[in-house]
Design a protein around this ligand. Structure first.
Ligand SMILES: Cc1cc2nc3c(=O)[nH]c(=O)nc-3n(C[C@H](O)[C@H](O)[C@H](O)COP(=O)(O)O)c2cc1C
Length: 405
């Protein structure tokens, strides 16, 4: 039998637990992605009820979405009288994905001529729209006016993305990635307790080059920093994520600055923290050393006997010395339980908080989806136990807010 901690490690953070999502699907070529969207919404704990327009039924069958949602699918106001009132009354959030140019025009002007547009008018909670269409349709000034008007009522927009569209043209109009739509739905029902704050997060490793093909680096996957950036964005912060090379995709609402070396990361952090940042969270594993000489062409191995290394500049110490410095949160990845060392590091580098983790523990540290940390600040410490990196991210942000509010 698996241990309970092993089971917990597998568990995803159910950010939509007990939430009822009313999903509107309209007649765009991306309508088939609604099935995947439903699966992912359910994956994070939501129950999903689907409404479809007549045109949407040309692209995906109600039966497919009934199977995916395990719920009745509504396609007409006359199918079950008064559901256009009762469905919105039960929903915590409404999401329309894909949202056609037509539905956006209708919603912006209060037209209620089908189940979706009528339920929309009867709904008073948060709404997310994911527009998707041909690039020329998206750019059309009348569409843009309609979209602007709709957004002025406090509706959230996610996407569209640029790239090759279903019609074969290049342009802006592709449906946002499904995980980004899910994140927007989560943000719409999450208290925006970080609204008005700019949070700068660093993530991933840096690379220190010997020559054009070789570099020194470390095992950081970037997962912890990306989880923090995503959690802060979901809670309403304006987030800049400065990341070394990783295989991860940045959440769509986060501004991503990609860097390579420690020197580039220092420059990006300095630029971003100079511009009114409330918090700097240094989750990146910045290289401590770089090769003294960096060759422009590949060095022959026979010419390398040993490497001479220089220290890289300490980013946290640099920021802590700034006149107007943000709240600084550092990380201490240690091998073994050297908590006291982390405490000294926090004090020496004038950090406001440090997150200590022992990377040799099972389920903690590099590449893992979970972590087990101690959060230390000037007032005390808190152990999180083994949690997903998403939960650890929330715990760090909670502790920051407790100190700063
Ligand atoms: C093959 C095909 C693909 C379409 N794709 C889109 C699309 O991606 N976005 C869009 O706004 N309209 C698209 N349309 C046009 C809509 O289906 C049409 O405007 C329809 O009236 C939308 O109705 P609805 O908003 O009630 O679902 C497409 C039409 C066809 C025939």
């Amino acid at each position: 039998m698996r241990s309970s901690s092993a089971a917990r490690r597998k568990q995803k953070l159910k950010r939509l637990k007990n939430k009822s999502v009313l999903l509107g699907v309209t007649g765009g070529v991306a309508a088939f992605k609604a099935a995947d969207l439903i699966r992912r919404l359910k994956d994070v704990g939501a129950s999903v009820t689907v409404m479809m327009t007549e045109a949407a039924k040309q692209f995906i069958t109600p039966l497919s979405l009934q199977v995916a949602s395990q719920n009745t699918v509504y396609t007409s106001v006359f199918q079950d009288p008064l559901t256009h009132i009762s469905l919105p009354a039960l929903a915590d959030v409404m999401v329309i994905a894909p949202a056609t140019a037509n539905i956006i025009a209708k919603l912006a002007n209060g037209i209620a001529d089908d189940i979706l547009s009528t339920a929309f008018l009867a709904y008073q909670g948060p709404v997310v729209i994911a527009p998707s269409m041909n690039g020329k349709m998206f750019e059309h000034p009348i569409f843009q006016e309609n979209l602007k008007r709709l957004l002025s009522f406090g509706i959230r927009q996610v996407g569209p993305e640029s790239g090759t569209l279903a019609c074969g043209e290049e342009g802006k109009g592709r449906l946002a990635d499904v995980p980004d739509i899910v994140d927007s739905v989560i943000a719409a029902v999450t208290p925006q307790d970080l609204k008005g704050r700019k949070i700068v997060v660093t993530a991933g490793p840096t690379r220190e080059h010997l020559d054009p093909v070789r570099f020194l680096s470390n095992r950081s996957s970037g997962k912890m920093g990306f989880s923090i950036a995503r959690a802060a964005w979901i809670r309403g912060a304006a987030v800049v994520l400065i990341s070394g090379p990783t295989a991860l995709k940045s959440p769509s609402g986060v501004i991503l600055r990609q860097v390579d070396t420690a020197a580039q990361m220092l420059r990006a952090v300095t630029e971003e923290t100079d511009k009114d940042a409330s918090v700097l969270i240094m989750a990146a594993a910045v290289a401590d050393f770089r090769p003294h000489l960096q060759a422009r062409t590949k060095a022959a191995k026979d010419n390398i006997d040993s490497l001479v290394l220089d220290r890289t500049q300490d980013i946290i110490a640099h920021v802590a010395a700034q006149k107007k410095k943000p709240f600084v949160i550092g990380f201490a990845a240690e091998t073994g339980g050297k908590l006291e060392r982390a405490k000294q590091k926090m004090q020496r580098k004038k950090m406001d908080m440090i997150v200590f983790n022992d990377v040799t523990e099972i389920g903690a540290g590099f590449e893992s989806d979970t972590n087990n940390v101690v959060i230390l600040d000037r007032k005390g410490s808190a152990k999180t136990g083994l949690l997903s990196k998403d939960e650890i991210a929330d715990a760090i942000l909670d502790r920051y807010l407790k100190i700063k509010t």
